[in-house]
Design a protein around this ligand. Structure first.
Ligand code: 5GP
Ligand code: MG
Length: 463
């Protein structure tokens, strides 16, 4: 998982990109980087750490020019350490450019092997570099009947050629000396939004970053769209036509995106509230508690919906320490456990002597729920029920969400009753897949629900 941001035709583009990345920090905390251009040279800074730590004042001053792209990276399994920071800046036979990528390619191992066998030398282990080598060796491809603007005839056929070879999830930004190119895979797994301020153009994984940089949200890049912006304006191409099947990652709505973002044509806040409402509907008559308590932060919005629909009052029985980052990202179980304790603490007067239900957005390994149940009992709660505003996570994600192995997923090893026992709760209820789909617009053929259903929208290697 990652966040990407771009600014074109903006004075101090790198500063805007910095603020954009800062806003997208929740999408990746491992590394941050910006590449800019003044039309002659490229400037690149990328380092490990949070945006605030990785990119200093001196760095921003060195990132000259009126166009920039940036990236925040979330480490996925087996690849901890900063060498895969982005953007990647590459000199190829088709010119120099930088690329920033959100998503995960599902056929990259095959492509990487083919390219390596053909003589390509890979510098990094991330899938993103495949784009660079595919472009480098491309002989160009333009679908029949598609005519290119004169400015696009040189580079775009090579990008199209690369895109037709990759499979899986990509929302990408490419920075060339005179343009930014944005592209989104034909299934549209990851969001990519377009913003504008006068003659300046912005791109962002989530719309919320436009509010921060003072740009107006225009629209989302469409699945399969390749959009070019240069001094002559913007041009949009659909080299792969329009497919009926889409695969917007439903987990973006459930957990990943910020609630103040508008993605996939909907407000994340409103979807989360509806997830809570649907859960309340499914539990009508099955739950007798005094109070519902959100697990901050991502459980808050579904709890509002749940409380409204069920009439059960909501209280903030858990307070979050904002100086502790997201707990999921810690590489070992002990560190994750410790961090949950550091991160959340109980509000005793809200809990003492009460029958409570906590509501979280999702349950993956069970770490968070197990800790919280214990914590609430210690704080005096009489009963602790756990409600999850999404279905059991049973399958790994191959498209960029950090759900790495089946063994680690608690819902793979136990049935609901078994999970309840494991987390020590008095009751455990999940939202159904149908309930989840009722909370979003468009239905099953619009979303990727693979982590819940195992219904992968592309071919994946499950071995
Ligand atoms: P668990 O603690 O059960 O392993 O994971 C569930 C908790 O982690 C929930 O509180 C949810 O908000 C959060 N979570 C779910 N998926 C992700 C993810 O991909 N990354 C991070 N950082 N947190 C997640
Ligand atoms: Mg959480």
């Amino acid at each position: 998982m990652c966040g990407i941001f771009g600014a074109f035709n903006v004075e101090n583009a790198s500063l805007y990109t910095y603020w954009g990345l800062y806003t997208l920090q929740h999408r990746g905390q491992e590394s941050a980087g910006i590449c800019s251009t003044d039309g002659e040279n490229f400037y690149l800074v990328k380092k490990q750490g949070l945006v605030l730590e990785a990119l200093r004042k001196e760095d921003l001053e060195s990132l000259k020019g009126n166009a920039a792209i940036g990236h925040v990276r979330y480490s996925t399994a087996g690849d901890i350490g900063g060498t895969n920071a982005q953007p990647i800046l590459a000199k190829t036979s088709k010119g120099e450019f930088a690329i920033a990528h959100n998503g995960n390619l599902t056929n990259y191992k095959i492509l990487r092997k083919e390219l390596s066998d053909g003589g390509a030398v890979f510098k990094y282990t991330s899938d993103t570099e495949v784009f660079v080598h595919l472009i480098d060796v491309s002989e160009g491809w333009v679908p029949e009947g598609l005519s290119l603007h004169p400015n696009d005839r040189e580079f775009l056929p090579h990008l199209f050629d690369a895109l037709r070879k990759v499979e899986g999830a990509y929302s990408i930004l490419l920075l060339l000396k005179d343009k930014i190119i944005a592209a989104r895979d034909p299934l549209g797994f990851r969001p990519l939004e377009i913003g504008r301020h006068g003659e300046s153009w912005f791109f962002s994984s989530e719309s919320v970053a436009f509010d921060i940089v003072g740009a107006e949200f225009k629209r989302e890049l469409k699945p399969g769209e390749v959009l070019v912006v240069d001094r002559d304006g913007i041009r949009s191409y659909f080299p792969f036509g329009d497919r009926e099947r889409k695969a917007f990652c439903i987990f973006e709505f459930i957990y990943f995106a910020r609630p103040d973002s508008y993605i996939f044509g909907d407000w994340v806040y409103e979807v989360r509230k509806r997830l809570g409402r649907e859960l309340a509907r499914e539990l009508k008559g099955k739950l007798d508690v005094d109070v519902v308590i959100p697990v901050p932060d991502s459980g808050i919005v579904p709890t509002i919906g749940f409380s409204e629909e069920s009439g059960i009052p909501m209280e903030l029985g858990l307070i979050r320490n904002h100086y502790v980052g997201r707990s999921f990202i810690e590489p070992t179980q002990e560190l994750r456990d410790l961090k949950v304790l550091m991160k959340l603490s109980p509000v005793k007067p809200v809990l003492n002597g009460k029958r409570v239900a906590i509501i979280d957005d999702s349950l993956v390994r069970g770490t968070t729920s197990r800790r919280i149940v214990k914590m609430l009992r210690r704080a005096g709660a009489k009963e602790v029920h756990v409600l999850i505003a999404s279905p059991p996570v049973k399958f790994p994600c191959f498209y960029g969400i950090d759900i790495p192995t089946r063994e680690e997923l608690i819902a793979n090893r136990y049935d609901i009753e078994g999970i309840r026992e494991q987390i020590g709760a008095d009751g455990l209820h999940y939202l159904s897949v149908e309930g989840m789909l009722r909370a979003v617009k468009g239905g099953a053929k619009t979303y990727c629900t693979a982590c819940f259903t195992g219904d992968y929208p592309t071919e994946v290697d499950l071995t």
